[in-house]
Design a protein around this ligand. Sequence first.
Ligand SMILES: Cc1cc2nc3c(=O)[nH]c(=O)nc-3n(C[C@H](O)[C@H](O)[C@H](O)COP(=O)(O)O)c2cc1C
Length: 282
Amino acid sequence: MQEKKIQVTDESRIKGWDADMAAIIDRSAEALKQNQKSEGTTKARVRDLTAWTPVEEVILNRRSIRAFKSKPLPDFMIRRILEAGRYAPSAGNAQPWKFAVIKSPEILAAMERDAVKMAKILMFFLDYGRSKFRRIFLKPWTKLIIRFQVNQLHPVPFGLLREIAKGNTLVFHGAPALILLYEDRRGVSNPATDIGVCGQNMVLAAHSMGAGACWIGLVKLLMYYPHWRKFFKISFPYKLENLIAVGWPKVKADGPVPREVQLVEWYEGGLGTPPRIERQGA
Ligand SMILES: Cc1cc2nc3c(=O)[nH]c(=O)nc-3n(C[C@H](O)[C@H](O)[C@H](O)COP(=O)(O)O)c2cc1C
């Protein structure tokens, strides 16, 4: 029996995490044994699954990095990250995307300045938590606006906007390079999904090289400014809803952000049989 390797970084030790990993690895080792018993040929096709594959390790250990060294990644690394995006699958292979790399310190500073300014403007009108007066008069209006902007003003981005407006955090986290992910609305089916797949390929590629990356949906703050829409050439068919900040991590990220346990329905017994429910996660 081969030694069981569970590669979990020290920083990722949180309650339940190791147990999750060990349970999943155990299950795959057991499944592998069963497979080998029932199908002699499987052994040749299935790799050693008693440890995480390099791809799984990158997926499991990746964290959003929000503090970067000022020195940018070399261009060849950025090109490799772009290549991982270019090779992403997309509905009908439409590849409904276009990329731009921002490395100019002048442009990066102007983007940060204007994004913070917009966060302050929005919070001036929406943040009802700052005084009793605001709670009485502003809260009903804010709640109404939130109802029409459920996703954009979800409590998480709302809280983040509040912190940005107070000057407690940055929008682009001081990253020395930003990769803009333009969405081409002429794509097949749902181009936003394709953008997600493409961007995540880039994030994982960056992490696999020891670089850090963070999705920044708050780039939308800049889309309120006609001059930024013009500068980035955002008009039909393009839309800019996300970018990826990349660079060398300044500090090691702390443990993984906990994930919800999923109750997964496994349909295995035919149309008349209810699914078996399995807990995925500790
Ligand atoms: C589409 C998308 C947009 C995001 N936008 C932001 C953002 O604007 N600012 C930010 O700091 N993090 C942003 N994030 C990162 C999430 O907050 C992060 O992925 C989540 O908290 C889980 O943490 P982890 O990535 O470290 O596992 C975004 C993530 C995604 C997928």
